[in-house]
Design a protein around this ligand. Structure first.
Ligand code: TXA
Ligand code: MG
Length: 323
């Protein structure tokens, strides 16, 4: 339990909210769609805190919020369609999913291990001021516990998250009330991944073509709900390993190593001290690193299935699934 500060929308409140974000804390803040639960997107430990506070049982990619299109271009690659939409509709209730740029600083965990990134420049003046003050991308899903409705004022946020986050920045009621429209521009036709604050027709009129539907389907592995096909390692993944074989890379958790670990082709420990938040922060980058070792199999030691462990194990099971 931590004390959740109720910050007012004046200069002191803003400065405090920015300071909390910049030191890795969690701050709920208003956008014109709904309140977001923000964390420094470049800090995987801070992002892990979002999943813990929301009790989200799996890692969805999160939207990273920026104060300008200029700042967004550091994170993602904008093709003609994405540029047209950003120039016409930002700031506003639109999220663009684009390929990550080589200069991208959004953590693997905020992108759920994908090579794309969800970006949004919100129009709410307080959100804009906060993002400007932090000077970095802020990852923010809606500021509710998993399975509850999205909050449109500070009291909704507190009724779900009081004692679980560091602060809420109170900017009154959000006026759109539904989440941003999400469009993926990943080469090929743009896709509507989620309807939201900007109507489909407005987007189609701007780009002069119809949006493909983002509903789940074989052709559309990036749509939400199809996230089982998230970055999967090339290597086989073997779970709950109590012993490591000679051609295996080892992904461990906690202080007690499994037998045979000295033969491992490569070895990384998600958290030697058994801290699930630290483990979540390392998960995607460690899977990638072990995959790059060239081992045929990544053997994963047991991870407790409590708290953030549930999301970690969900992701590991997906990585291990038959494909
Ligand atoms: O209005 C909103 O969009 C609010 C406010 C706070 O900005 N935010 C919000 O975030 O609704 P969230 O985390 O609930 O929405 C994240 C969704 C994911 O479920 C996924 O569908 C999509 O954004 N998304 C983000 N990055 C993605 C990526 N790289 N690839 C595919 N989908 C992505
Ligand atoms: Mg939500």
């Amino acid at each position: 339990m931590r004390r959740t500060a109720h910050l007012t929308s004046d200069e002191a409140g803003l400065a405090e909210a920015a300071a909390i974000l910049n030191r890795g804390g969690l701050v709920a803040f208003p956008t014109e769609t709904v309140y977001g639960l923000g964390a420094d997107a470049t800090n995987a430990q801070a992002v892990a805190g979002i999943y813990a506070a929301k009790e989200r049982p799996s890692f969805n990619p999160l939207i990273s919020h920026l104060d300008s299109f200029e700042a967004a271009k550091v994170q993602g690659i904008f093709d003609d369609t994405a540029r047209t939409l950003a120039e016409a509709l930002w700031p506003g209730p639109l999220t663009l999913v684009v390929p990550t740029a080589s200069t991208c600083t959004v953590s693997d965990l905020a992108r759920a291990g994908l090579d794309s990134v969800g970006l949004r420049v919100p129009a709410h003046p307080l959100a804009h001021a906060l993002l400007k003050a932090t000077g970095r991308p802020v990852a923010a899903p809606s500021a509710n516990r998993s399975g509850r409705v999205s909050p449109t004022d500070a009291d909704h946020v507190l009724s779900d998250l009081d004692g679980r986050i560091d602060a809420v920045l109170d900017g009154g009621a959000s006026d759109v009330g539904v989440e941003s429209t999400i469009v993926a521009c990943l080469g090929g036709p743009p896709r509507l991944l989620r309807p939201g604050g900007v109507p489909r027709e407005a987007i189609e009129a701007l780009i002069g073509m119809r949006l493909e539907s983002g509903a789940a389907g074989e052709k559309n592995p990036l749509a939400p709900g199809m996230l089982a096909s998230h970055y999967a390692p090339r290597a086989q993944v073997r779970l709950n390993a109590s012993e490591i074989g000679p051609n295996e890379a080892a992904l461990l958790y906690g202080a007690t190593p499994p037998r045979g670990v000295e033969h491992a082709k490569a070895m990384l420990n998600l958290s030697e001290s058994g801290d699930l938040r630290e483990a979540a922060a390392h998960l995607f980058s460690y899977l990638r690193q072990l995959d790059a070792s060239g081992a045929e199999t990544i053997a994963v030691g047991p991870v407790p299935d409590t708290g953030l462990g549930e999301a970690i194990n969900d992701r590991l099971r997906r990585a291990a699934a038959e494909r």
